[in-house]
Design a protein around this ligand. Structure first.
Ligand code: OAD
Length: 245
């Protein structure tokens, strides 16, 4: 492992920076993570709620669960870790934020170069015509949600267990990661294989990996510098040190 001082130096010299975020970055905004104590999957069986089969069996129940989560996300505001990423986007010549989060907080904070690989909880997609549309009203006025174009059944615009990712988004992420100087990984356990694969690819292509997390994760074996603690505290501290030359 490198020291934080080395990571700060590498970050100062970087031109091309990617950031990969997970639920941990939004934990201090009041949004529960998926795993760990109080995690969303602890109280709900994922296969009952976040799978295509679950939606086919009971679209009402799935939409109710998502509407409950939408309520939590709608009340949340970006925290200092989200705000640092807006500064980073302005600072680096080439920047890309790849998020697993569906809570919209990166866009709300002001980041523009964002790829939401798991979708967005404030969007829906028609199961018949595939139209993707915004769903801003909280709580939803009608459950299950009808498509805004054809009135057929719509579903949350989220990647569920057993579904494939949008390959054009993954291609965009992989292309960027292949040319990255530094990848910053924040608040993700690495239990989902695709984000882990993306970071491993960047590492193989020569990027340095800096990880911010409360605990070590599946990413830690490819991490060059691990910074332990709450991202809302450690990331602003790190960014201040990078800027104070
Ligand atoms: P997890 O809940 O699996 O992991 C959260 C991670 O955040 C853990 O490693 C925690 O240690 C860390 N953490 C918690 N609070 C933190 C804090 N304040 N500061 C820094 N780190 C903190 O969430 P993800 O890895 O994002 O997929 O989960 C990945 C995917 O699994 C989600 O996107 C979701 C789920 O299935 C979909 O919904 C498609």
């Amino acid at each position: 492992m490198n020291s934080i001082e080395q990571a700060i130096q590498e970050f100062r010299q970087a031109n091309t920076v990617a950031v990969v975020t997970g639920a941990g970055i939004s934990q201090e905004s009041g949004i529960p993570t998926f795993r760990g104590s109080g995690g969303l999957w602890k109280n709900f069986r994922a296969e009952e709620l976040a799978t295509p089969g679950a939606f086919r069996n009971n679209p009402q129940l799935v939409w109710e669960w998502y509407d409950w989560r939408r309520g939590i996300c709608a009340k949340a505001a970006p925290n200092p870790a989200h705000l640092v990423l807006v500064e980073m986007e302005k600072h680096f010549r080439e920047f890309l934020l790849i998020t697993q989060n569906v809570d919209n907080l990166h866009l709300q904070a002001g980041n523009k170069k964002v790829i939401e690989i798991h979708g967005n909880i404030f969007k829906a997609r028609c199961t018949v015509c595939n139209e993707i549309f915004d769903l801003t009203e909280v709580p939803l006025p009608e459950i299950p949600v009808p498509c805004k174009s054809c009135s057929e059944l719509a579903r949350p615009h989220i990647v569920w267990f057993g579904e494939s990712y949008d390959s054009s988004l993954l291609d965009q992420a992989l292309k960027f990661l292949a040319a990255c100087d530094v990848v910053v990984v924040i608040g993700t356990a690495g239990a989902v294989t695709v984000p882990l694969y993306l970071v491993e690819q960047a590492k193989s292509a020569g990027a340095r990996i800096i990880e911010f997390n409360l605990n070590e994760s599946e990413f830690t074996r490819v991490t060059d510098c691990f910074i332990s603690g709450k991202a809302g505290e450690t990331l602003p501290d790190f960014w201040n040190s990078v800027q104070n030359v």
